[in-house]
Write a protein that binds this ligand. Structure first.
Ligand SMILES: C[S@@+](CC[C@H](N)C(=O)[O-])C[C@H]1O[C@@H](n2cnc3c(N)ncnc32)[C@H](O)[C@@H]1O
Length: 229
């Protein structure tokens, strides 16, 4: 947990407790906020976020096809995909408010009308998604939690693959990537063993997230794609 703890700043709104009431509790171990948010971030979190904020359950009526990105960081990948596929809806889950404000800036700059943000733990959103509602799920460079005693905190567990299998359409795709060799092997082993998925490593072009750019020189990333049967 970061020094700011798991609490949520007041500027994000107050309806979440009601939204969470019927959902199972999930513990989020990451940071909510790093440095002081700049003024533009405060403005966007107060003005734009309420307009593009995903509800639980989310309203999926605006688009026929939806993709979900879990832990979008600064939102570079999500914004680029949303700009390139304006007829597809994109759900992004990220509790780190500095990252949320970066995606809000991209939404504003690129006039993206097909992005909905869930500024909270992705598991709460996943629980609320209808069966067979997503065409793709992205989990890009998730936190590695390298210590053995923290492995249960890794996002992609067998139980999470069960959830992905439920919310993905038949023929839908799970894409994940990591530059952490042990975590990538862990995720590949679990996806390979899961009866609902088939796939493996793919040659992927760099996807352009900040985390990928920062780390690529030191640790080559690997990319995987699994199709839901
Ligand atoms: C190592 S960063 C990678 C960010 C981004 N995908 C990239 O490639 O730049 C992992 C991200 O996952 C987010 N995260 C961790 N646990 C999460 C959860 N339960 N739900 C949603 N996001 C989560 C963190 O806040 C962090 O931004």
């Amino acid at each position: 947990m970061g020094k700011d703890g798991p609490g949520r700043p007041a500027e994000v709104g107050t309806s979440l407790n009601e939204e969470k009431a019927s959902l199972r509790r999930a513990v989020f171990y990451g940071r909510r906020q790093a440095r002081k948010l700049p003024a533009i971030a405060h403005d966007l979190l107060a003005g734009l976020l309420p307009r593009v904020r995903a509800t639980v359950p989310p309203d999926l009526t605006d688009f026929d096809s939806w993709e979900l990105e879990i832990g979008f960081g600064g939102g570079e990948h999500l914004a680029a995909r949303a700009a390139a596929h304006r007829d597809v809806g994109f759900l992004g889950a990220e509790p780190f408010l500095n990252g949320v404000s970066m995606l809000l800036q991209a939404i504003d700059r690129e006039s993206l009308t097909n992005v909905r943000i869930w500024p909270e733990d992705a598991r709460l959103l996943l629980d609320a998604l209808p069966d067979a509602s997503m065409s793709r799920i992205y989990l890009l460079f998730p936190d590695p939690w390298p210590k053995r005693r923290h492995e249960k905190r890794r996002f992609l567990q067998t139980e999470m693959l069960d959830v992905f299998a439920r919310v993905l359409k038949s023929g839908g795709e799970l894409r994940f990537a990591s530059d952490h060799p042990d975590l990538m092997d862990w995720m590949l082993a679990r996806a390979d063993a899961h009866a609902a998925f088939t796939g493996g490593l793919v040659e992927a072009e760099a996807i352009g997230t900040r985390y990928e750019r920062k780390n690529l020189a030191r640790h080559p990333a690997r990319y995987a794609a699994y199709r839901r049967f």
